[in-house]
Design a protein around this ligand. Structure first.
Ligand SMILES: Cc1ncc(C[n+]2csc(CCOP(=O)(O)OP(=O)(O)O)c2C)c(N)n1
Ligand SMILES: [Mg+2]
Length: 357
């Protein structure tokens, strides 16, 4: 009886933009100056919004905030590759991706301020609400992709998840369904090295997260997640494949959570400052800026103007959020049941009495 190789898979890693701002021209996706500047503008918006939201939380004007600092290239590279009819299924850190896909900034901020209206997006917005139970969005993403396929729509469900969440059953269930039914779904893992205080080495014994896709019958690829062009190129290819009936892809974007997990965390208690400093050298925004400078498209004056413009956009979002009429306290109990159960009704009334007092 012969021994045969019945399965072999190779997992590749894609890098296009080097930390010094130079690109591998052979791998560089087709992007004109305007498109690159738009990517930079979105990334800067993400960073500016992030800093502002943390300040608002420190002032007691926001409940909490999950920082996206350091992960701008993954989000922007992905949404830049999406088409109008595509769906975004975020985790909870994809703020700039959600805004670019049509969620008003003030709505997103309201969510993090604990306002129920923060999950009500304008009609027609193809973005799912923020999921709190980690990984729960993956079965949803498989379902959306299956439905797009059944309806013959040339659209993709683009789902995000974190490295730690790949240890959840939901991750595997979603991937399995998507593989079996060749769903129009692309799964993007933001491997930011940490799940609160748990490092990647404690999540899996597998060498990469990308290679897990092969076990579900579709390809996985790793990209440098601080390289917006690599993310964009990998997404373009994967979205095209999904759109044309080729089935799902898993993209592992290797990046770093530069900030604390949320405003309720202090990462200095469990992270080596040298590790943080070494990732700061690979900052995705600095890298894109060096590329633009290298092409003669960018200088300090343009950078200063871009920073001012981003700050203005963020200030307007904050002003609109602050101008929202406060919601009645009992609203936090609504939106789950068609008829509120008695025990919740009691709690809602108690809260009202408490607030009145
Ligand atoms: C089912 C479930 N278990 C635990 C938590 C608490 N929790 C919130 S975020 C998080 C870590 C997620 O890490 P990762 O998937 O790497 O995403 P990241 O925070 O790094 O973006 C945990 C354990 C939760 N929200 N849901
Ligand atoms: Mg993580």
């Amino acid at each position: 009886m012969p021994v045969m190789t019945i399965h072999e898979a190779v997992t590749r890693r894609l890098e296009v933009l080097a930390p010094d701002g130079t690109v591998d021209e052979a791998l560089m996706p087709q992007l004109d100056r305007e498109q690159v500047e738009t990517m930079h503008r979105w990334m800067l918006l993400g960073r500016t919004l992030d800093a502002k939201a943390i300040t608002l939380q420190r002032q007691g004007r926001m409940g909490t905030w999950a920082s996206l600092r350091g992960q701008e290239a993954v989000q922007v590279g992905a949404v830049a590759a999406m088409e109008d009819d595509d769906w975004l299924i975020p985790a909870f850190r994809e703020h700039v991706a959600m805004i670019v896909r049509g969620v008003p900034g003030e709505t997103l901020l309201a969510y993090w301020a604990g306002d129920e209206r923060g999950s009500a997006f304008p009609p027609g917005t193809r973005v799912f609400p923020v999921p709190v139970p980690v990984g729960s969005q993956f079965p949803h993403a498989a379902g959306v992709g299956m439905s797009l396929r059944m309806r013959g729509e040339q659209a993709v469900a683009v789902a995000f998840i974190g490295d730690g969440s790949t240890s959840e059953g939901d991750f595997h269930e979603g991937m399995n369904f998507a593989g079996v039914f060749r769903a129009n779904t692309v799964f993007i893992v933001q491997n930011n090295q940490w799940a609160i205080s748990v490092p990647l080495s404690r999540q899996t014994a597998s060498e990469t997260l990308a290679q897990r896709a092969w076990g579900y019958g579709f390809p996985g690829i790793q990209v440098d997640g601080n390289d917006v062009f690599a993310v964009y190129a990998a997404c373009r290819g994967a979205f095209e494949r999904a759109r044309t009936g080729g089935g799902p892809t898993l993209i592992e974007a290797v990046t770093y959570r530069m900030g604390d997990h949320t405003t309720a965390d202090d990462a200095s208690r469990y992270r080596d400052p040298e590790e943080v400093a070494s990732w700061a050298q690979r900052d995705p925004l600095d890298r894109l800026r060096r590329f633009m400078e290298g092409r003669g498209w960018w200088d300090d004056t343009r950078q200063a103007a871009a920073e001012t413009a981003a700050a203005e956009v963020v200030e307007e979002m904050v002003a609109r959020m602050m101008a929202m009429e406060p919601q009645p306290p009992r609203e936090i109990f609504g939106h789950m049941f068609a008829r509120m159960p008695e025990y919740l009704e009691e709690q809602a009334s108690e809260l009202e009495r408490e607030v009145e007092r």
